[in-house]
Design a protein around this ligand. Sequence first.
Ligand code: KG4
Length: 337
Amino acid sequence: MATILAIESSCDETSISIIKDGELLSNVVATQIEMHVKYGGVMPEVASRLHCENILFVLNESLEKANVNLEDIDAFAFTRGPGLIGALHVGMQTAKTLAMLYHKPLIPVHHLAGHIYANEYSHPLKFPLLSVVVSGGNTELVYMPSSMEFEIIGETKDDAIGECFDKVARTVGLPYPGGIPIDKLSKEGEHTYNLPTPLHDGSLNFSYSGLKTAVINLVNNEKARGNEINIPNLCKSFQDTAIGMVMDRVNRAVNQYDIKQIVLAGGVSANSYLRQKMHERFDNTNIELVVPPLWCTTDNAAMIARLATHLYDMKVFAPLSISCDPNWRIDKYKIYN
Ligand code: KG4
């Protein structure tokens, strides 16, 4: 048990949390979303600069809220990847500087593993488990026979599901991040547009670029014909198809793997239709469904802190020479000691 300061800066949220003996003392998040809305997505260079501007304010506020001093911290954790390289560097350099100054260990944390372990704030994890990782940058089915063992059993061959939600939203003039307005408008619409579900190879893999292109073509063709698009109906048709692909792969995976628990993780796990479908499928079965609290679906350092407590106990420490890895795969989690 220890007091750990954790930093998350993989995309457009600068966040620092302090956790003491497993109890979350603070979780300060400075979001940049408003700055990126005008570009219709995250501008990597702008994100890095904003992390630089925000990180010391976030650090001070987090220490103040937790009522601890830097001298009280036993280890400094940071998101090593995956994410935007420039953004990751800001969090990593901050963690390295603090670890060097206070002669304390440095803990590298995998962002998606953090999303999985964030579920521990609401529910203990039980193994073997299947994690459905659905975010802006990744779409993966991760099988975990035991804690800290990760096997990717299915992944997207092209776009991530969240990226697809964002691009479809932009095509029909909805704001970034597109998953939220699509989810909302779908509730007013009906499934009237027929959209393709690519990749019928019987595997656990995903493909979203064909679905995205199909929506773009449909919108362009309707416009060219002078027809108006029914946006709520298109949102509903798209959402059903995109989430349908997740449910299809999840059903295949639970037939192939013996699991006790199924855990949602990542930004798209906030989707109300995905949550509904997962409850319909797994409530009253012998597989326990764990759905993260909504505050855990967006990026924050509390999830990094949660996983860092396990890594601290396992003494997974990194040398000061470590660099971040924007494409770090969850099944390549190395033990640095
Ligand atoms: O996990 P996250 O922050 O992304 C990465 O770390 O990459 O999730 C952001 C993604 C965005 O693509 C956003 O559109 C999507 O999560 N998202 C949603 C919903 N809320 C956020 N997608 C579908 N339905 C939602 N309610």
